[in-house]
Write a protein that binds this ligand. Structure first.
Ligand code: GLN
Ligand code: ZN
Length: 768
């Protein structure tokens, strides 16, 4: 029974890769320094895996930026626009072209755009999207894979297992950059390169090669399934003497199970953390000789494995296949977990004893193996930890559980329907047509950041800190008044991050010191951890919102992050359904909404930018998720009177397929990102005849560019063709946190002028 691992975090224990690559980009260290830093990280990772007794140790899971971009370089899928970089970079160093593809290139008179980035399945990791053209060619280009395998072989010997993305998933991850072809048809051109790659790895001495095919756990079309069959048959016909392990993860194989188990390969990996229920079917389908890697340890979370559960899976599989055909493994690459729990010195021991980061998860693989061999002590220790978590009073709060159990449909419903509320709100606020507002944050300057850093380090007293924040808030309010914005915001200067700010004030949350996970390139995030029942011990935002409201006669909008976004951007407990945790957060936010209302805040925005990214990977699971997600939002928003106006905000680009659920959220006003798509995204709202008010963004905040009055007016005119004019708000696409002051002022002045002109030009509500 082999101990398998699919991949390991690549930043290093203390984000050494981030530091080294950023220094390299700034020209502060040499290429050799960067390579040396990478070498150390890889060797440290391998050493950990050797120490844990892992039999199949991944290599080439390391990447200087992104493993999908590595594949594009390996396969020679390099967009033509980068050829001048190849020519201009001295010595044609591959790594510089690689970084140019990832980050864009502005040097030597060249200005070449970076490749697009998007989310890696349902993780918060972003990969670089391969670009394909109709006459796309592939050829073995980069030596990185082979160099890394040879390095690994020297270090870990025969355990070294090179990891690449499989051919079908690679194509499905990419994008057609021109019309007239289907990327999946490129499989015929791609397979010969894979054959070369695998044969070369074999010649260098690889015993196993891991091909990641996460798409086998996603919805596939008939053509895509055929591509799998074709590709693996073609590869099997032309390689021998090396074993192939196809890795699937993040969901169940379901209807793709017969396809997956019959691929002509030597081993298949399945995710039993995400989809334990698939084991029986897969075991029943397993053909003779195929080995099965059981992903029993959750590669996506920070919790200690429950050995009893894992053991049940493992013994069942051994019973069906015999132990020689079984591997024990984490469910996916450990890329998505932080590096080492031992580095955390501030987490209470009791809670820490329920957790495991990447390094600890390797050890879990090894311990499960020892338990199978008969080590009962390990099992007993593990079950003690699991039991203490199950019964802990730190986690389980009866009052919270009672509140959740008592939620009724009425709690998730406003008192009156939208038309009634709209009228009451119009009478109350008397806003003009095309009312103007912003999404919440104003520029977070270095001054503000330094202020917070000093306060956190204890170099600044609370009183001084708050005075400085008050000053920034007052200035921002005066500015909005001068510009003539109708519904003001306080600027969010007191917030570092829209989830952390709330997590820090909610019970049931903990924060790590070193719990970094890679988000993209050198960027890492440190998601807070929800370990227990969530409750709100005291007001969270009332102090700042009321202070701001006292400074002005205009309505001041209260600003909150919604339950689904808080859930989505945290590590979530795995001992209860996500829905339950979402409801707990929703109740806490609801209490805050009510407290704001009580404090005289009449307009309250509950941001849900992450509601769409929480969508399950399989479409069949969408309705269930959307039902509880929308309900959680409604619980958070429905504790107030009809006269209180609830806003929500979202900033992603696809509404078509979930529009009815967005409407079901029943926010009085929704502000969305639309300017980059020139209002195209509004069509979903228009086709659906979205009934409530809506603020389509007219100012693209992703760029320092100041939009003109005419541009914004013309966007409003477009919007007024699609939607009733009386329902349209005027606002930027998103918060202004990342912008600088001068451009922000100029853009908002133009935005208010555009709104004023719209009021004159578009007087009659346009009927459809
Ligand atoms: N209110 C937040 C802000 O303005 C919203 C951010 C977001 O949508 N990501 O910064
Ligand atoms: Zn946004």
């Amino acid at each position: 029974m082999l101990k398998n691992n699919l991949g390991f975090p690549r930043m290093g224990s203390h984000r050494q890769l981030k530091k080294a690559s950023e220094q390299y980009w700034q020209g502060k260290i040499t290429r050799q320094d960067l390579y040396a830093a990478a070498r150390k990280i890889k060797e440290a990772n391998w050493q950990l895996q050797l120490d844990a007794g892992i039999d199949l140790i991944p290599c080439n899971d390391f990447s200087y930026y992104d493993h999908v971009l590595d594949m594009s370089l390996l396969l020679g899928a390099i967009p033509a626009r980068y050829s001048p970089v190849v020519a201009s970079v001295k010595g044609n160093e591959e790594i510089d072209m690689y970084f140019a593809m990832a980050r864009g290139y502005q040097k030597d008179g060249l200005d070449i755009k970076a490749m697009e980035m998007t989310k890696w399945f349902d993780t918060n990791y972003h990969y670089i999207v391969p670009e394909f053209t109709a006459d796309q060619q592939f050829n073995l280009f980069s030596e990185k894979l082979f160099a890394e395998f040879n390095h690994a072989k020297q270090y870990v010997g025969g355990a070294a297992k090179p990891v690449i993305i499989g051919p079908v998933s690679y194509l499905l991850l990419g994008k057609e950059k021109e019309a007239g072809f289907d990327k999946i048809d490129l499989i015929k051109k791609l397979v010969p390169v894979y054959v070369d790659i695998i044969n070369r790895l074999k010649n260098y001495g690889a015993e196993w090669v891991q091909l990641d095919e996460p798409y086998l756990a996603m919805d596939l079309s008939k053509k895509e399934k055929e591509a799998f069959e074709y590709a693996y048959r073609a590869i099997a016909n032309r390689v021998s003497g090396v074993k192939l392990l196809v890795a699937t993860y993040f969901d169940a194989l379901l209807d793709n199970a017969p396809l997956a188990v019959n691929l002509p390969v030597q081993a298949l990996h399945i995710d039993l953390a995400r989809a334990p229920e698939q084991l029986d079917e897969v075991l029943a389908l397993m053909p003779a000789n195929l080995q099965l890697s059981l992903g029993v340890i959750d590669g996506r979370n920070v919790w200690k494995n429950d050995y009893k559960k894992s053991l049940a899976h493992i013994t069942k599989a051994i019973g069906a296949l015999g132990s020689e055909r079984i591997m024990i493994s984490p469910s996916s690459s450990l890329l998505h977990t932080p590096y080492d729990l031992d580095l955390e010195t501030a987490i209470d021991y009791g809670v820490k004893n329920w957790m495991a980061f990447a390094k600890q998860k390797l050890n879990e693989v090894s311990e499960l193996h020892q338990i199978i061999q008969g080590n009962t002590d390990l099992m007993r220790n593990n079950q003690q930890a699991i039991e203490s978590r199950r019964t802990s009073t730190v986690i389980h709060k009866d009052t919270v559980k009672q509140k959740i159990a008592a939620i009724t449909d009425a709690d998730a419903t406003r008192n009156s329907a939208f038309p009634v509320r709209q009228q009451l709100q119009q009478q109350r606020f008397k806003l003009p047509h095309f009312p103007t507002t912003t999404i919440g944050s104003f520029p977070q300057t270095d001054d503000i950041r330094q202020l917070r850093a000093k306060y956190k380090k204890g170099e600044l007293r609370l009183q001084e800190y708050e005075q400085a924040l008050e000053k920034a808030t007052i200035e921002t309010i005066r500015l909005q008044e001068e510009i003539g914005i109708d519904v003001l915001v306080h600027g969010e200067f007191e917030r570092n991050d829209m989830v952390e700010y709330f997590g820090e004030q909610l019970d049931g949350y903990l924060f790590t010191q070193n719990g970094w996970v890679q988000s993209y390139g050198s960027r890492c995030v440190k998601p807070p951890v929800i370990y227990g029942d969530i409750s709100r011990p005291k007001d969270m935002t009332v102090r700042w919102s009321s202070f701001a409201q006292q400074q002005t006669d205009r309505p001041m909008k209260g600003m909150l992050t919604g339950p689904i976004t808080i859930l989505q951007w945290s590590f979530v407990r795995d001992d209860q359904p996500r829905e339950t945790t979402a409801n707990q957060i929703a109740l806490a936010i609801r209490e805050e909404v009510v407290a704001l209302e009580k404090a005289g805040i009449g307009i309250i925005q509950i941001d849900e930018p992450a509601i769409r990214e929480g969508l399950p990977l399989r479409r069949a699971n969408w309705p269930a998720y959307l039902t509880w997600a929308v309900k959680a939002f409604r619980i958070s928003a429905s504790g107030v009177n009809d006269e209180t106006q609830i806003h929500t905000h979202m900033c992603y680009s696809e509404f078509n397929d979930i529009i009815e659920h967005i409407a079901a959220m029943d926010a009085d006003v929704i502000t969305i990102e639309t300017s980059r798509s020139q209002m195209e995204l509004l069509e979903a709202f228009s086709d659906f005849e979205y009934p409530n008010e809506i603020g389509p963004g007219v100012y693209d905040i992703h760029s320092p560019r100041v939009p003109t009055v005419e541009e914004m007016l013309s966007l409003l005119e477009k919007a007024a063709i699609l939607l009733p004019a009386r329902n349209i708000w005027v606002n930027p696409d998103c918060g202004l946190k990342t912008r600088k002051w001068p451009e922000t002022k100029a853009a908002l002045i133009n935005m208010v002028s555009a709104a004023k002109q719209a009021r004159e030009k578009i007087t009659e509500p346009v009927t459809l």
